[in-house]
Design a protein around this ligand. Sequence first.
Ligand code: NAD
Length: 292
Amino acid sequence: MGANTTEILQGTYLFGLVGQGIGPSRTPAMHEAEGLAQGHATVYRRFDTLHGAARDLTLQEILRAAVAAGFNGLNITHPHKQEVIQYLDEVDERARAIGAVNTVVIRDGKLSGYNTDVTGFGRGLETGLPGADLSRIVQLGAGGAGNAVANSLITAGAQELLVADLDLKRAERLAQSANTATGSSAAKGISLAGIESVIAEATGVVNATPVGMAQHPGTPFDTNCLEGHQWVSDVIYMPLETQLLKDAKERGCATLDGSRMAVGQAVDAFELFTGLTADAARMRETFISLGS
Ligand code: NAD
């Protein structure tokens, strides 16, 4: 770093990610590059609670250590998003309603929790598929990502959100909790039986299952049911172009890949951590530059 660069640096940011198996995460690089681009030395550390030096610490001990070390904020990922809530001084209303926190801001020794998976998916939808018809959406997958997606879609104005999962009870529970969290009645859990005919009647489809990742190849439903007027979104970003998105494009559908949600959550977290406006396009460039 040259002398000029050092002179213009305006202060140091210290962030971290707490979770299991987080080695491949691109979130640290996005924050470090964005902070530096805005004139702040920015360091983003990983606290891997499965394999790393933090594995012998409890989540509460990690939070205390981060406060003591002067961290500005932490991202929290699987499997700690629910557990972390009990250790926070305050929790954003929406994050509390959803029951999951992925962003903790540390200010004056106080811990405040937010959920930028929800706002991040919404941000990605707005920028990647502006004007998408949200009148009847089918969502596959009712796990952690599905929880954020469902809440985000309802907040964005989904009129009818049909949630399907291999586990019907899980789909029903998610629909119920998303309705409660958003004060809506848009979501409904449905069976996977005959899902293609339900998708054929939808305006948009979101895949929030792991089907399409390298270790779970394929598509979560028979894509022959898709038509060009529909939009299709996938939360998977490794690979960026899943088989589902490839098929959907071939059938003329507008598509939204998983990088949008991953970048969106980082953009919103950066803004919460720093109070600065993040350059979403620049953070996306960093994300994409790290390949799949
Ligand atoms: P999870 O295990 O919590 O949930 C996955 C759900 O999908 C489970 O309920 C499972 O029963 C269901 N499912 C599996 N196969 C199915 C099928 N064929 N049809 C219907 N339902 C099926 O996992 P998760 O944490 O929600 O992650 C899901 C995917 O989302 C992963 O690929 C992950 O990489 C991705 N993800 C992306 C982002 C992002 O920012 N883009 C964020 C989080 C997770």
